[in-house]
Design a binder for this molecule. Sequence first.
Ligand code: SF4
Length: 223
Amino acid sequence: MEHVKVNISDFASAIGYCQFTLVNKYHLGLKPAETMRMVAGRRLHQALEEEDQLVEREEVTAEQLLDPNFDLDLVRESMKVAVVRENGNVFEYVGRTDHVLRRAGRLIIVDDKTVTGNRVPSQLYLDRLVQLAAYCEGFVHTYSAAIAFNAIGFTVVHRSPANEILKQFNGVYDDTLRAFLQQNFQLFEGVYNKAVTPSHHNNPNKCRACRYLPVCSFKAPGT
Ligand code: SF4
């Protein structure tokens, strides 16, 4: 049995963007090119982290962590999450959340995304939803014994490269989303294990925007 470490962002891309990203990365060992958007995202995260380091925080006690009504603002990029599942192989889904808050008993996982070229999304895309659901599940698995909360949800913040907030989406991690996530874990694992044939979106626009484009042999016709 293989131990497969999967970055949650790769899982989300394979489910929400294109299943052939999984084939390219895990079956063929291909490396994607770094896009302008990824570079802008890295710079933005660095700036947000530097800003966060200027925030004055008081150390919290174990009792305060276990009191859901005690508001929290955890240090940016400090919370690593993981979900481990067995399905033919052992799959360990790992990621690091951008920012975690607890407000009035509700745990909120905040994810910052960079918008380039004024392409502000009008809706929460599937890959983002899957990514944030996996972070919530990972947080529950990793921290729920030490950090108490009555409910868990997420906020996706779309920012310009200059750090201006352009759009925000909020969601609740409930039983429906949890069931949806489990189905998608199974789909990912099925494709990884070659028990499920990957399906193609057949959308040349997606391929043109894909970081695997230069090396991918599954491009949609007309790309
Ligand atoms: S180039 Fe197209 S088919 Fe290949 S991984 Fe990207 S989106 Fe999928």
